[in-house]
Design a protein around this ligand. Structure first.
Ligand code: GLA
Length: 676
């Protein structure tokens, strides 16, 4: 199989020729060549153009587009258009329209308006997939397949309910086990027949936590089956072509991305920051580190390893990003000049084999008519297109960059914990696994550390420090995995709400966090959730937010105590030495300055040093390494000129660097480092 990662860095994005008259297509290809675009994903939402009536296919336009792209040297990730069924489908199959938890059936008029558990939808999706596979699997333009778009929909219809029951029976075996897992003795919810179980629809008061959690897991598996069905059809037509789908990130997504990673030939992620300040760069780094973590997880757990000649196992692909605007609530923020380059290179630094965008050309109409594009409404005579050309040139100059990303810190990510913490019956709505993960990542990012992300159970060799950010569900295997890490000399930093419940979201007894109590050397009796604008004071002058606990020591030492209020003089942050390893516990969320000081202390003790200890704050530094060769990415996110001591050859300008790189405000540099 020839992977996209085997060739030069990928550059391009979603190309929607179906939105444009034929005359525009040749100009598109000419502009793509000018910009150095080498990979476009075609047809993502083109179902109604490909199959205007049931079983009637109109492929002539796509034939033409693929031929044009091929002649222009642009490779194609051909999409299956199944994220947007045509109006005729919804009319013919009203039962395949999705139903909300409130029992409202949605109507056609946007995209993603289908129930992926409904046979009619799945059959129609497989039919159009097969038709595309039959016609294009051997087209010379094809580099691979892009299945669907951002899987993440759910539904509460009767088809779903039936499928959910089947899934539950497979997971739990019998009703006794299910009743036990869901603790249905509470509120008279005992099920005596499978038929009594529905999806967790809108109900009178708080829903059952086990029920909700299993529903998320069910959707992750159901959507995965919808994906693998298509993938298998496409593979059967031409096993040499890689198949993937683009992940959408966000706490709401009912997809366990780690689990999915073992079923795609290449992890592909869409990323759109939601902050306009430096939060955008923090989020970009985290998204890339997540993607790399899933790719590495897949390399370890994939049943049949996908061949990846020349590329590190942790290589992934940024499948979508925005050339320009950052979308914030109610407003689009125009990206400053140079920011598209910095965001793209941040992804490449962190293992993406290139940068793809949504979208190639901005449409005249449709819901996303003001979404940014590489060719904006203004046309090619525009700042954005000039930056597009510059980015294409930069990526070409980075062709030699390869190898894994250097990181000696890892953060644990767990989809099920994120879902379980969102249950409305938690002691507070504020704690959030992704938020806690982002907080630790942000602090480490500012301190100049590169972090990997890992899924519970992944190998931990080489990580001197491991952060466990509100990993609420810890089963016995995961508890053993963490114990093994610390006993082998690892340095663990666990935050509040880690290890409190088991895999079914049942609270573990005897004092929180029961799964980790012994390892952390602490025991919490009571939680003290804080109001959004509230804080607790710590005895080093710092503050804690979101959460606090009545914590007692059972082997650990106090590092920081609470001061004032009911928790006065009680431990807030603790450290437990276990052989040569250490287990820290943070029972509150310290402010960023304090958090950084604590993580710096833990990192120093663990022997973790920043990528570039002399780099100024605000310059992101990431190193890729392949054997003896290494490349240092320097991204200046500040408004000032910055200097970073380094030696090597700067690849973007092909300039030797003897002592230091000078980065203009917002500038970037990539060094092939000299050894020694
Ligand atoms: C997602 C989708 C695209 C587009 C962008 C807009 O990533 O996949 O089709 O809607 O969001 O940001």
């Amino acid at each position: 199989m020839l992977m996209w990662t085997d060739g030069p860095l990928c550059y391009g994005g979603d190309y929607n020729p179906e939105q444009w008259p034929e005359q525009v297509w040749s100009e598109d290809v000419a502009l793509m060549r000018q910009a150095g675009v080498n990979l476009v994903t075609v047809g993502v939402f083109a179902w109604s153009r490909l199959e205007p009536a049931p079983g009637r296919y109109t492929f002539d336009w796509l034939d033409q587009v693929l031929d044009l792209l091929h002649a222009g040297g642009v490779r194609v990730a051909l999409a299956t258009p199944t994220a947007s069924p045509p109006p005729w489908f919804s009319l013919a199959h009203p039962g395949a329209l999705p139903v909300t938890a409130d029992g409202i059936r949605l109507h056609h008029g946007s995209r993603d308006t289908y129930c992926a558990a409904t046979p009619a939808y799945r059959e129609a999706a497989l039919r159009i997939t097969t038709a595309l596979a039959d016609r294009y699997a051997h087209h010379p333009a094809l580099a691979g397949w892009h299945v669907h778009n951002e899987y993440g929909t759910t539904c509460h219809c009767e088809h779903t309910a039936r499928a959910f029951r089947r899934w539950l029976a497979a997971r739990h075996g019998d009703l006794t086990a299910l009743n036990d897992a869901w603790v249905t003795s509470f509120w008279s919810q005992h099920y005596s027949d499978w038929a009594q179980i529905s999806t967790p629809r809108a109900t009178q008061y708080l829903p059952n936590p086990g029920h909700l959690l299993d529903f998320r897991r069910f959707w992750s598996d159901t959507l995965l089956t919808a994906y693998t069905e298509q993938r298998d059809r496409l593979r059967a037509a031409n096993p040499a072509l890689p198949v993937t789908t683009n992940y959408v990130l966000g706490g709401w997504v009912p997809v366990d991305h780690a689990r999915w990673a073992t079923e795609v030939d290449l992890v592909a992620v869409d990323h759109y920051p939601s902050a306009v300040d430096q939060g955008a760069e923090e989020q970009t780094a985290l998204a890339a580190d997540l993607a790399r973590g899933w790719a590495r997880h897949a390399a370890v757990h994939r049943r049949s390893a996908a061949p990846r000649a020349g590329a590190a196992a942790s290589t992934w692909l940024l499948m979508e990003s925005a050339p320009n605007q950052i979308h914030t609530a109610g407003r689009m923020h125009t990206k400053e000049p140079g920011r598209m380059m910095r965001h793209s290179l941040a992804h490449v630094a962190r293992g993406s084999h290139g940068a793809l965008f949504f979208q190639w050309r901005a449409p005249v109409g449709g819901a996303e008519r003001f979404h940014s594009a590489l060719v904006p409404h203004a046309g090619a005579d525009s700042r954005v297109f000039r930056e597009t050309v510059a980015l294409g040139a930069a990526l070409r100059r980075l062709t030699e960059v390869r190898g894994d990303v250097e990181a000696s810190v890892a953060l644990v990510v767990d989809a099920a914990s994120a879902w379980a913490l969102r249950h409305p019956g938690m002691p507070s709505t504020l704690p959030d696994h992704h938020d806690e993960l982002a907080a630790a990542h942000r602090v480490l990012w500012h301190a100049g550390h590169t972090c990997d992300t890992v899924t519970p159970g992944d190998p931990l060799d080489g990580y001197r420090m491991l952060v466990l950010p509100a990993v609420y569900l810890v089963d016995d295997t995961t508890a053993g995995w963490l114990r093994g890490y610390v006993h082998a000399g690892g340095h663990l930093v666990a935050t509040y709400l880690s290890g409190v419940a088991d895999e079914h979201a049942r609270v573990r007894l005897g004092g929180y966090p029961a799964a980790l109590r012994e390892l952390l050397g602490v025991r919490a009796e009571e939680f003290h959730p804080l109001a959004e604008d509230d804080h607790v004071r710590l005895d080093d002058g710092a503050t804690g937010r979101i959460w606090a606990e009545t914590l007692r020591l059972s082997g650990a030492d106090t590092v920081v105590s609470y001061t004032g209020g009911v928790l006065d003089a009680m431990p807030a942050v603790t450290r437990h030495r276990v052989g040569t390893g250490t287990a820290w516990y943070l029972s509150t969320r310290p402010d960023d300055t304090t958090y950084r000081r604590l993580l710096d202390t833990a990192a120093r003790a663990a022997g973790v040093t920043p990528v570039c200890p002399d780099a100024p704050e605000g310059v992101e530094t990431v190193r890729r390494r392949d054997g003896d060769a290494s490349w240092l990415f320097l991204l200046n996110h500040t408004d000032h000129e910055q200097h970073v001591p380094a030696r090597g050859v700067e690849l973007l300008t092909a300039t030797p660097v003897e002592r230091a790189v000078t980065l203009p405000p917002g500038g970037v540099a990539v060094l092939r480092e000299h050894k020694g």
